[in-house]
Design a protein around this ligand. Sequence first.
Ligand code: IMP
Ligand code: MG
Length: 179
Amino acid sequence: MSPYYPPVMISEEQIQNRVAELGEEITRDYADVDELVIVGILKGSFLFMADLARRVSVPRIMEFMALSAYKGTQRDGAVRMIMDMRLDIQDRHVLIVEDIIDTGDTLTYLLENLQARHPASLASCALVKKERENPLDIDVEYVGFEIPDVWAVGYGLDYRERFRALSYIGHMDPEAVDF
Ligand code: IMP
Ligand code: MG
């Protein structure tokens, strides 16, 4: 069977240009901070995190958390923490790095969970945000791209664990594959 390549929605070049811009913005905003804790949310943020962290030039340390709420393209209930980070973030400046914001449930959970640890500041950065009829009432300080409500894959995003390693973001048509 020949491999299926989802049609391109956001090209590798567009992603890399935007990630560079986000990195500059974050570097400017945190210029006066002695250290920034960048928290990547696994698995979806792994490529974005790797690229973004290299485009930020304030002193920074990296942590990871793993969360899950989906099976395939269907939500299977509440957000679950699968792996916590190691660091105690009390009095530290924290930036959450997420792959994609859809309903906002995952980010809402994260913001509550991390705020309770009393960081010095807490902000979030998402590569992609889905346009929704009812806008979310959470603030996302840094957003890479807004896309319509379709299933996106690639650059960390999966459909049933596939396509995460693509360098671009594509539009998944579940009818086109048999897994
Ligand atoms: P939310 O909690 O509804 O905002 O969903 C956030 C999480 O759902 C993301 O971190 C992704 O893991 C997953 N997700 C939502 N939409 C997509 C998509 O279009 N493609 C791949 N994963 C998605
Ligand atoms: Mg995810």
